[in-house]
Design a protein around this ligand. Structure first.
Ligand SMILES: Nc1nc2c(c(=O)[nH]1)N[C@H]1C(S)=C(S)[C@@H](COP(=O)(O)O)O[C@H]1N2
Ligand SMILES: [Mo]
Length: 244
């Protein structure tokens, strides 16, 4: 089963991919938490909508994960930890390199505190992040200045993202090893995830497994399903209103 099927697949377009339809919510996660995944799929959208409606007041009272919702487009992701994690940076680079956690910690560390905003409307204010600013990592491998884009792959086997080289050179784009004052947990995409501060949450790819310096932007998982590739908060086809 794929996220495509659960989230409307081919019909998803910018105007139809609104929070009430095909959305980066990972409906299966909500259903999975209730242990209703299989039932929801079997009996169709009617029940899923009822479940969602039933859930939303609970979400308002007891924020899941301290304000965050945990999202994944796949059912499960193999755990990697600080001991066995590696990140390969390849493509148009002077030196292809595989970084261990210790290698990442040896690079200059950057800390930023920013709101985290999902395109579906929920927002977590003032989240502290730490890790390696993407431009510092690109410098460490000698990324070709003329290359147009940077592509990210998740070790979940399904999710990808891209940034233009200009976006990737921003100092508020982090290869994050810490979130909320501690190592990034597995459910939040640890041990290493992306944090793209100026853009909606779907750009902040979880379970970062590979980075490739490439010649053009390749639309990512949710972008194939209708969301803007340039996902600036408040300036793309998402919404930036209050959480629902
Ligand atoms: N690999 C992967 N990365 C992902 C997602 C996902 O489903 N899989 N969801 C995205 C979306 S839509 C959001 S809002 C954030 C959610 O991060 P969280 O699960 O830590 O709250 O992760 C983003 N990165
Ligand atoms: Mo999201």
């Amino acid at each position: 089963m794929t996220g495509t099927r659960l989230n409307g697949g081919a019909s998803a377009r910018p105007d139809s991919a609104r929070p009430d339809e095909g959305t980066p919510v990972g409906r299966r996660i909500v259903l999975g938490m209730l242990g209703l995944g299989a039932i929801g799929v079997a009996v169709g959208a009617g029940v899923q909508e009822k479940v969602d409606r039933a859930l939303s007041p609970i979400n308002k009272i007891v924020p899941i994960g301290g304000g965050f919702r945990y999202y994944s487009v796949v059912d499960s992701v193999d755990r990697r930890d600080a001991g066995n994690y590696t990140l390969t940076v390849s493509g148009r680079v002077r030196e292809r390199r595989t970084f261990t956690m210790a290698d990442l910690r040896a690079l200059p560390q950057t800390r930023i505190t920013r709101d985290f905003q999902c395109v579906t409307g929920w927002r977590v204010p003032k989240v502290p992040w730490a890790g390696v600013a993407l431009p510092d990592l690109l410098d460490a491998v000698g990324a070709a200045p003329a290359a147009a884009a940077v592509r990210f792959r998740s070790f979940d086997g399904a999710y990808t993202e891209s940034l233009t080289m200009e976006q990737a050179r921003r100092r508020d784009v982090l290869v994050a090893t810490e979130m909320l004052g501690k190592p990034v947990t597995h459910d939040h995409g640890g041990p290493v995830r992306l944090f793209v501060a100026p853009m909606y949450g779907y750009k902040s790819l979880k379970w970062l497994g590979g980075i490739e310096v490439v010649d053009k932007v390749v639309p990512g998982y949710w972008e194939e399903r209708g969301y803007d590739v340039d996902a600036w908060v408040g300036r793309s086809n998402g919404r930036d209103d209050e959480p629902t």
